[in-house]
Design a protein around this ligand. Structure first.
Ligand code: ZN
Length: 301
């Protein structure tokens, strides 16, 4: 009888723990989306995150909520003596939250810790070469461990965030790996919304991966980084970088792949880039007209 009571008590405590955790998570989400992003953080986004400048206003509001939640739930650690500043945290959070902008559920729930190195992360790995184990030194600007932490080199994360059109953004790249790994394996196939999407994903991704390998062999590759030929997982990660940053060219050159990713991310960044260009054109036109009027009036005093 006592054993039964103890078992019931243990089960009740476990249920209470998970229920409490879920309620706390729900509260954190609500608070994050209700709160405005503070002025200092907005200023950092304006200054550091070039894709933020081109986001439509309603998506900026959504991004602010995600950033609040991300910074409440993720822990940052500086490697090699690097001091973690607000600038580092907000810049990384801004880019990291772009691929999950349209998600309502807790974002990136499978890991908590982000390590930031000042420059590339160098490590020694052991590789079997026949009967011999070789020591290989590798340097990376980012690493995403399956179900584990994520690491970024601040030098590259900062540069990647500051240029919105070169297709190089290590933060987008590593967080694409995190999305890819949500189903327990990193293979270029993330969790899709419905069963029918898997067939289309497989057909288009396989064809486009083969096409990239062929273009790289012919030295005729333009839109996607050649690093995408390494594996289907890297192909998905580099395609994500270009999807957000080289969007207009991407949509024109690789329309099927663009549409596939646009459906997956539920976003159309090519339109953000085009709208931004148009706003800049109108702004410059107005500026030129003002200076013409001013120069026409010189000498009237
Ligand atoms: Zn990668």
């Amino acid at each position: 009888m006592i054993i039964i009571i103890i078992n019931v008590l243990i089960i009740t405590l476990i249920c209470a723990y998970f229920l409490g955790k879920k309620m706390l998570q729900k509260k954190q989400i609500q608070e994050s989306y209700d709160a405005d992003l503070n002025y200092e953080w907005r200023e950092i986004l304006e200054r550091k995150m070039s894709l933020y400048k081109i986001l439509p206003d309603h998506l900026k509001e959504k991004l602010h909520g995600h950033i609040n939640y991300f910074l409440k739930t993720k822990s940052f650690y500086g490697n090699e003596g690097l001091e973690i500043t607000e600038e580092i945290k907000v810049t990384v959070a801004g880019d990291a939250c772009l691929p999950v902008l349209m998600r309502e559920d807790p974002i990136y729930p499978d890991f908590d810790n982000i390590f930031i190195c000042p420059d590339v992360y160098t490590r020694t790995e052991h590789q079997r070469n026949g009967n011999v184990i070789d020591e290989v030194t590798r340097s990376s600007s980012g690493v995403s461990w399956l179900n584990g932490p994520l690491l970024l080199a601040w030098k590259y994360a900062s540069y990647g965030s500051s240029n919105k059109s070169d297709g190089e953004n290590v933060t987008l790249h590593e967080f694409a790996h995190k999305l890819d790994g949500e189903n327990g394996v990193t293979n270029g196939l993330p969790i899709l919304r419905s069963k029918k999407d898997y067939k289309e994903w497989q057909v288009i991704m396989t064809r486009e991966y083969d096409n990239l390998c062929e273009r790289v062999d012919r030295r005729a590759n333009r839109v996607l980084d050649a690093y995408g030929t390494t594996s289907p997982a890297e192909f998905f990660a580099v395609a994500t970088e270009s999807f957000f940053e080289k969007s207009v060219k991407f949509k024109k050159s690789l329309p099927d792949l663009y549409e596939l990713l646009a459906n997956y991310y539920e976003l159309d960044p090519a339109q953000w880039h085009l709208d931004y260009r148009e706003r800049q054109r109108l702004k410059n036109k107005a500026k030129n007209q003002t200076s013409r009027i001013l120069s026409d009036n010189i000498g009237l005093e």
